[in-house]
Design a protein around this ligand. Sequence first.
Ligand code: NI
Length: 209
Amino acid sequence: MAIREILEFPDPRLREVGEPVTVFDDSLRQLVEDMAETMYDAPGVGLAAPQIGVSKRIFVIDIAGEDEPSDLMVFINPEILSLDGTQQWEEGCLSFPGATETVKRAEHVRVRAQDAHGKAFELEADGLLAVAIQHENDHLNGVLFFDHLPPDRRGAFLEENRKELADMQRQAKAFLRDLRTRAPADARAGGERAGKPPGTRPNGTRTRR
Ligand code: NI
Protein backbone atom coordinates (compact mmCIF):
# COMPACT_ATOMS: atom_id res chain seq x y z
CA MET A 1 0.00 0.00 0.00
CA ALA A 2 1.22 3.45 -0.80
CA ILE A 3 -0.12 6.96 -0.85
CA ARG A 4 0.31 8.37 -4.35
CA GLU A 5 0.77 11.98 -5.35
CA ILE A 6 -2.46 13.60 -6.52
CA LEU A 7 -2.03 15.67 -9.69
CA GLU A 8 -3.44 19.17 -9.55
CA PHE A 9 -5.01 21.33 -12.24
CA PRO A 10 -3.70 22.43 -14.75
CA ASP A 11 -1.59 19.26 -15.03
CA PRO A 12 -2.20 18.14 -18.67
CA ARG A 13 -2.50 14.48 -17.59
CA LEU A 14 -5.88 15.36 -16.02
CA ARG A 15 -7.18 15.97 -19.56
CA GLU A 16 -6.24 12.53 -20.92
CA VAL A 17 -8.85 9.89 -21.75
CA GLY A 18 -8.21 6.74 -19.70
CA GLU A 19 -7.56 3.37 -21.35
CA PRO A 20 -9.82 0.39 -20.58
CA VAL A 21 -8.45 -2.17 -18.12
CA THR A 22 -7.89 -5.56 -19.75
CA VAL A 23 -5.80 -7.44 -17.17
CA PHE A 24 -7.23 -8.09 -13.69
CA ASP A 25 -4.12 -9.17 -11.81
CA ASP A 26 -2.37 -8.47 -8.51
CA SER A 27 -0.77 -5.28 -9.83
CA LEU A 28 -4.24 -3.94 -10.69
CA ARG A 29 -5.47 -4.79 -7.19
CA GLN A 30 -2.36 -3.09 -5.76
CA LEU A 31 -3.17 0.03 -7.79
CA VAL A 32 -6.77 -0.01 -6.50
CA GLU A 33 -5.50 -0.34 -2.91
CA ASP A 34 -3.16 2.59 -3.44
CA MET A 35 -6.01 4.65 -4.87
CA ALA A 36 -8.20 3.87 -1.84
CA GLU A 37 -5.39 4.72 0.58
CA THR A 38 -4.66 7.97 -1.28
CA MET A 39 -8.38 8.91 -1.23
CA TYR A 40 -8.73 8.23 2.53
CA ASP A 41 -5.52 10.10 3.28
CA ALA A 42 -6.56 13.21 1.30
CA PRO A 43 -9.36 12.86 2.56
CA GLY A 44 -11.89 12.67 -0.25
CA VAL A 45 -15.03 10.73 -1.21
CA GLY A 46 -13.72 9.68 -4.60
CA LEU A 47 -10.56 9.36 -6.67
CA ALA A 48 -9.98 8.42 -10.30
CA ALA A 49 -6.80 6.79 -11.64
CA PRO A 50 -5.92 9.74 -13.96
CA GLN A 51 -5.66 11.91 -10.82
CA ILE A 52 -2.58 9.94 -9.78
CA GLY A 53 -1.16 9.94 -13.30
CA VAL A 54 -2.47 6.49 -14.29
CA SER A 55 -4.43 6.84 -17.52
CA LYS A 56 -6.85 3.95 -16.93
CA ARG A 57 -10.61 3.63 -16.52
CA ILE A 58 -10.71 3.08 -12.76
CA PHE A 59 -12.19 5.03 -9.87
CA VAL A 60 -12.90 4.45 -6.19
CA ILE A 61 -15.64 6.01 -4.07
CA ASP A 62 -16.50 5.95 -0.37
CA ILE A 63 -19.29 8.29 0.67
CA ALA A 64 -19.67 6.85 4.21
CA GLY A 65 -19.92 9.55 6.87
CA GLU A 66 -17.38 9.90 9.67
CA ASP A 67 -19.51 7.87 12.11
CA GLU A 68 -20.27 5.13 9.61
CA PRO A 69 -18.15 2.09 8.70
CA SER A 70 -16.14 2.62 5.52
CA ASP A 71 -17.81 1.46 2.32
CA LEU A 72 -15.26 1.28 -0.46
CA MET A 73 -16.68 0.96 -3.97
CA VAL A 74 -14.42 0.11 -6.89
CA PHE A 75 -15.46 0.86 -10.48
CA ILE A 76 -13.37 -0.50 -13.34
CA ASN A 77 -14.32 0.12 -17.00
CA PRO A 78 -17.53 1.86 -15.86
CA GLU A 79 -20.32 2.57 -18.31
CA ILE A 80 -23.11 5.00 -17.53
CA LEU A 81 -26.31 3.24 -18.66
CA SER A 82 -28.79 5.98 -17.85
CA LEU A 83 -29.07 9.42 -16.29
CA ASP A 84 -32.35 10.90 -15.03
CA GLY A 85 -33.51 14.02 -13.24
CA THR A 86 -31.36 16.87 -12.00
CA GLN A 87 -29.75 17.83 -8.70
CA GLN A 88 -27.19 20.37 -7.59
CA TRP A 89 -24.33 19.90 -5.15
CA GLU A 90 -21.46 22.06 -4.05
CA GLU A 91 -18.61 20.08 -5.61
CA GLY A 92 -14.91 20.10 -5.00
CA CYS A 93 -12.08 18.05 -6.46
CA LEU A 94 -8.86 16.70 -4.97
CA SER A 95 -7.10 17.95 -8.10
CA PHE A 96 -8.35 21.47 -7.40
CA PRO A 97 -7.73 21.98 -3.68
CA GLY A 98 -9.78 24.64 -1.95
CA ALA A 99 -12.14 25.42 -4.84
CA THR A 100 -15.83 24.50 -4.80
CA GLU A 101 -18.69 25.31 -7.15
CA THR A 102 -22.35 24.37 -7.45
CA VAL A 103 -22.67 21.89 -10.30
CA LYS A 104 -25.83 20.55 -11.91
CA ARG A 105 -25.87 16.77 -12.39
CA ALA A 106 -28.35 13.97 -13.00
CA GLU A 107 -30.20 12.89 -9.86
CA HIS A 108 -30.29 9.17 -10.69
CA VAL A 109 -27.61 7.19 -12.41
CA ARG A 110 -27.44 3.58 -13.50
CA VAL A 111 -23.93 2.29 -14.05
CA ARG A 112 -22.31 -0.97 -15.08
CA ALA A 113 -18.71 -1.68 -14.11
CA GLN A 114 -16.28 -4.40 -13.06
CA ASP A 115 -14.71 -4.97 -9.67
CA ALA A 116 -11.00 -5.55 -9.02
CA HIS A 117 -11.41 -9.22 -9.99
CA GLY A 118 -13.12 -8.43 -13.30
CA LYS A 119 -16.60 -9.38 -12.06
CA ALA A 120 -19.29 -7.23 -13.69
CA PHE A 121 -21.99 -5.51 -11.63
CA GLU A 122 -24.75 -2.98 -12.12
CA LEU A 123 -25.71 -0.30 -9.67
CA GLU A 124 -28.40 2.34 -9.36
CA ALA A 125 -27.54 5.41 -7.35
CA ASP A 126 -28.99 8.78 -6.43
CA GLY A 127 -28.00 11.73 -4.26
CA LEU A 128 -24.32 12.10 -3.34
CA LEU A 129 -23.36 8.67 -4.68
CA ALA A 130 -24.83 9.57 -8.08
CA VAL A 131 -22.88 12.84 -8.05
CA ALA A 132 -19.66 11.06 -7.07
CA ILE A 133 -20.08 8.47 -9.83
CA GLN A 134 -20.64 11.19 -12.45
CA HIS A 135 -17.75 13.32 -11.14
CA GLU A 136 -15.29 10.39 -11.09
CA ASN A 137 -16.48 8.99 -14.43
CA ASP A 138 -15.79 12.42 -15.95
CA HIS A 139 -12.15 12.16 -14.82
CA LEU A 140 -11.79 9.04 -17.01
CA ASN A 141 -12.73 11.20 -19.98
CA GLY A 142 -10.49 14.15 -19.10
CA VAL A 143 -13.47 16.22 -17.91
CA LEU A 144 -13.22 18.33 -14.74
CA PHE A 145 -16.11 19.51 -12.56
CA PHE A 146 -15.89 23.18 -13.53
CA ASP A 147 -16.34 22.18 -17.20
CA HIS A 148 -20.03 21.77 -16.28
CA LEU A 149 -20.43 25.41 -15.25
CA PRO A 150 -22.13 27.82 -17.63
CA PRO A 151 -19.43 29.61 -19.72
CA ASP A 152 -19.59 32.92 -17.79
CA ARG A 153 -19.30 31.19 -14.42
CA ARG A 154 -16.54 28.92 -15.67
CA GLY A 155 -14.55 31.97 -16.76
CA ALA A 156 -15.09 33.68 -13.39
CA PHE A 157 -14.18 30.49 -11.51
CA LEU A 158 -10.88 30.06 -13.37
CA GLU A 159 -10.08 33.77 -13.09
CA GLU A 160 -10.71 33.73 -9.33
CA ASN A 161 -8.58 30.64 -8.82
CA ARG A 162 -5.81 31.94 -11.05
CA LYS A 163 -5.66 35.03 -8.86
CA GLU A 164 -5.50 32.91 -5.74
CA LEU A 165 -2.69 30.85 -7.24
CA ALA A 166 -0.82 34.01 -8.28
CA ASP A 167 -1.26 35.43 -4.75
CA MET A 168 0.17 32.24 -3.24
CA GLN A 169 3.15 32.41 -5.60
CA ARG A 170 3.73 36.07 -4.76
CA GLN A 171 3.58 35.33 -1.04
CA ALA A 172 5.97 32.40 -1.39
CA LYS A 173 8.44 34.55 -3.35
CA ALA A 174 8.22 37.38 -0.78
CA PHE A 175 8.76 34.86 2.01
CA LEU A 176 11.87 33.45 0.33
CA ARG A 177 13.20 36.95 -0.35
CA ASP A 178 12.62 37.82 3.28
CA LEU A 179 14.43 34.67 4.43
CA ARG A 180 17.41 35.41 2.16
CA THR A 181 17.80 38.99 3.41
CA ARG A 182 17.03 38.37 7.05
CA ALA A 183 19.10 35.28 7.76
CA PRO A 184 22.63 36.71 7.28
CA ALA A 185 21.79 39.93 9.15
CA ASP A 186 20.30 38.05 12.08
CA ALA A 187 23.30 35.75 12.20
CA ARG A 188 25.66 38.68 12.48
CA ALA A 189 23.52 40.59 14.97
CA GLY A 190 22.86 37.59 17.18
CA GLY A 191 19.16 37.84 16.61
CA GLU A 192 18.74 41.14 18.45
CA ARG A 193 17.31 42.91 15.47
CA ALA A 194 13.91 41.31 15.61
CA GLY A 195 11.23 43.84 14.75
CA LYS A 196 13.31 45.83 12.27
CA PRO A 197 12.42 45.50 8.61
CA PRO A 198 14.48 42.86 6.82
CA GLY A 199 17.28 44.13 4.63
CA THR A 200 17.96 47.23 6.73
CA ARG A 201 21.14 47.54 8.76
CA PRO A 202 21.33 50.15 11.55
CA ASN A 203 23.80 52.20 9.53
CA GLY A 204 21.75 51.82 6.36
CA THR A 205 24.08 49.45 4.52
CA ARG A 206 22.44 46.90 2.31
CA THR A 207 22.40 43.30 3.41
CA ARG A 208 20.99 41.81 0.25
CA ARG A 209 23.53 40.08 -1.94
NI1 NI B 1 -12.29 15.28 -8.98
